[in-house]
Design a protein around this ligand. Sequence first.
Ligand code: ATP
Ligand code: MG
Length: 466
Amino acid sequence: MELKLPDKVRDFMSTVSRSGYEIYAVGGSVRDLLLGRNTADTARWDFTTNATPQQIQEIFPDSFYDNTFGTVGVKIKSKKGETEEIYEITTYRKEGKYSDRRHPDEVVWGRTIEEDLARRDLTINAIALSYSHEKKSSSKSYRVVGEENIRLVDYFGGREDLRQGIIRAVGNPEDRFAEDALRMLRAVRFAVTLQFTIEEKTFDAIRENAVLLEKISGERIREEMVKILSSDYPADGIKLLYNAGLLEYILPELVKGVGIRQPGHHIHDVFTHSVESLRYCKNPAWLVRLATLIHDIGKPVAYKELDGKPTFYNHEVVGAAIAKSIAQRWHLSRQEREKLYILVRWHMFTVSELLTDAAIRRFIRRVGPENTADMLDLRIGDRLGSGSRETSWRLEKFKQRIIEVQKHTPSVNDLAVDGHDVMRVLGTPPGPKVGEILNKLFAEIMENPAKNKREYLLSRIRGISN
Ligand code: ATP
Ligand code: MG
């Protein structure tokens, strides 16, 4: 197999190598390179070395050092001298003790690349790639020989697992997951994004140890969930999380929907319906996908049987509150939190040809013009995810209506009276008062467009001015 390193990476590695240190690329970029994916622009390159952070900083004077993880960030400049990307270079480490199953008690330096690779999570992530220059014996100058200077270091069968599409823990999975429970979620994440299969022992160990995920911070969980939700098969990802026993510790509120039956056109229980809605949501944004997945998360709480039939009154209100607590747990940004809340809170909007423009305007105002398209994507996923073969023509019509209503969103200029009318009725000269009155009239017709009649508005001017 011919491995081609981007020039920038080669230059960087040979700079370190020429200074007399070992340097290896590791992690995602090596994995992608071996999978034949484009690594030049997309992947983030991570490196590991036997040089200490101080020694790396001597080679790259404008690099910066993150003390907690022993990682040095090196700015890679473009030809014009602008910083293009940051390469992270970490001194060999070995596994420390994890008393809290979250953070190693201390970062322990490793001596060899083998030690460093042994502490990594999955075999496919534990392949290192070295690039070294060759020393000419006759001269003091160094000569960089083409790509044949690439060597792969693979102690754990990572290349074979990559070839076969297998996710396997490095070493004993039980121990590795007990050290850091996030690795279980990462195993699922890589299975989903790469469409690989989790090897049996690794999968069993995840099922056994799933509860340890409780110790993991919301931020770390969110990072992996965002990747699962952003993948090509997010719904299968959620199912795999459920089957692995992890979902219970990530979104317990969602798992409560298992076995909760629904009336009418629904063919699924609440949980399956949620997952299927996600499957049919065609929106690429993870946040909209998350909202689609959890849109009915209030149903298990709101469930009541009436005359032998399940009902879920106000589930969107309960659900929005749950959405808020999930958003907090995952430390979403304020904007993300608000959007998630809105999408869950208002997903029950009526879609009918009988809606007035005012009702549509109210919908747009509640949801926010920036969210209406996402709200409709959620609703289409919702509909298809409940077993309908097609989206309803009403939804399509509703979309058209929203576009039209937004196209001519009325302004003060659309009022059936103008400033001259106001001045004439009140006998006042031009001034800010005239504008104020027009704005108040406008607020009235926004609520009820039928009131935009000249006669009526003329009669209102005096009332409003008092
Ligand atoms: P990507 O960046 O494409 O999501 P990645 O494999 O590079 O994938 P990172 O989170 O960037 O993932 O981690 C870089 C490398 O660090 C991994 O490939 C793996 O070798 C190691 N690693 C990351 N997290 C852990 C962990 N929790 N336990 C052990 N090793 C880990
Ligand atoms: Mg990475």
